[in-house]
Design a protein around this ligand. Structure first.
Ligand code: SAH
Ligand code: SF4
Length: 396
């Protein structure tokens, strides 16, 4: 007999196995050098041992790569010249290339990053003008296997998962663009102070690489972002939510969008696999959720679809007892989308019901709509390359 825990474990195994079919390409350049970005500390030690170097070099390199933001061994002044040369014979410190970038009238900046195999993904920097800080919205996949009805990324088939180097690389390349190296020690960076995994893709369908990238971002001797400044958004991959909480303990955002299975099945088709009851139960047991660290429920406001007061009341009943806030996201249209944004009055009335029940209910101000950089508007033209076709890359 199998019990629920066994089922969850086997489901998790299935999800991880499926992710393997969409693995990113090897982190080696055309001339056979290995990219050091994205390796764990232990792997870095192993790579260095393979060229006869001692473990303490890994610590030194970590500092240069993730604290100083160096991309060239020649800039590493604590490493003697001959070793610098030896390192650059075997390794590179890669960055995604910037294919295009656009800045919105409101200061939001969208990067189209290009990876070594020619695939692209979008990353958005959203300055917080009031606080003089900002959030980087990072992609975890090129495309998405899920097809939420209101999401532009959902119209693009999954091309592949992004590797750890490509995920943390989006942050590092954005930092290059804002000149915010070295990483501030012990204080919060002024500009790139927060990460949200809310770009293209479903991060919990690429858990292994996302986890690696976030561990690197949180490492105190490098980028050093606190887990409190990282938020992972999921459409509800229930079996991986527990693992994410236990291992990474980053903030969780859940794309709820509907309060009945009937409607959520339609808007977020993953609901047919992990229905609301299971999703909410996983939120209730998410480790580390407390009043100081609330779960964010994201709720896209679709005119006459999910924005009634009855639904607002059902929402507060559904999440009763969970330390939570409800982020109302006015629907961002994209070419060909089938929905309309709720009226400001409907959004306000909905928010009032949620607030009256004791939940913060901020309405997300759309940012960067003019450059299709707002939530759910990201999409690239990448398609899956036919097998055996080599692609030209731009990464070093
Ligand atoms: N795949 C993850 C993270 C990326 S989407 C997830 O679905 O949670 C980030 C957020 O934007 C999600 O809450 C998503 O549902 C929402 N979203 C998608 N399309 C949108 C649109 N057109 N307008 C507003 N929000 C949208
Ligand atoms: Fe994928 Fe999230 Fe878009 Fe759904 S909302 S299609 S899970 S990126």
């Amino acid at each position: 007999m199998t019990d629920a825990a066994d089922l969850t474990a086997s489901e998790r195994g299935r999800i991880l196995a499926k992710a393997a079919a969409f693995e990113p390409p090897a982190i080696t350049t055309a001339d056979g050098r290995r990219d050091l970005v994205g390796l764990t500390r232990e792997e870095l030690v192993t790579e260095l041992a393979a060229i006869g170097e001692a473990p303490f070099r890994a610590k030194q390199l970590w500092h240069w790569i993730y604290h100083q933001g160096a991309t060239d061994f020649a800039a590493m002044s604590t490493i003697a010249r001959p070793l610098q040369a030896k390192l650059s014979d075997s390794f590179v410190i890669g960055r995604p290339g910037v294919a295009t970038e656009q800045t919105s009238a409101d200061g939001t900046r969208k990067f189209l990053f290009r990876f070594r195999d020619g695939q692209d993904a979008e990353t958005v920097y959203i300055p917080d003008l009031a606080e003089d800080r900002g959030t980087l919205c990072i992609s975890s996949q090129v495309g998405c296997t899920l097809s939420c009805r209101f999401c532009h990324t959902g119209t693009q088939a999954l091309v592949r998962n992004l590797g750890a180097a490509e995920i943390v690389g989006q942050f590092m390349a954005a930092r290059d663009a804002y000149g915010e190296w070295p990483s501030p020690k012990g204080e919060t960076p002024r500009l790139l102070s927060n990460i949200v995994l809310m770009g293209m893709g479903e991060p919990l369908y690429n858990y292994a690489h996302v986890a690696r990238a976030m561990r690197i971002a949180m490492d105190g001797e490098g980028i050093g972002l606190s887990r409190r400044r990282i938020t992972l958004s999921t459409s509800g991959v229930v079996p991986m939510m527990d693992r994410c909480g236990a291992e990474l303990a980053v903030n969780l955002a859940v794309s709820l969008h509907a309060v009945t299975d009937e409607l959520r099945d339609e808007l977020v088709p993953l609901n047919r696999k992990y229905p609301l009851g299971e999703l909410i139960a996983a939120c209730r047991r998410y480790p580390g959720a407390s009043n100081a660290r609330r779960i964010t429920f994201e709720y896209v406001m679709l005119k006459d679809v999910n924005d009634s007061l009855a639904e607002a009341r059902a929402l507060v009943r559904l999440i009763a007892g969970i330390p939570a806030k409800v982020n109302l996201i006015p629907f961002n249209p994209w070419p060909g989308s089938a929905y309309e944004t709720s009226t400001p009055a409907a959004i306000r009335a909905f928010a009032e019901v949620v607030m009256a029940a004791g939940y913060a209910s901020p309405v997300r101000v759309p940012r960067g709509r003019d450059i299709l950089a707002a939530c759910g508007q990201l999409r690239t033209d990448s398609a899956r390359a036919p097998r055996g076709v080599a692609m030209m890359g731009s990464m070093p």
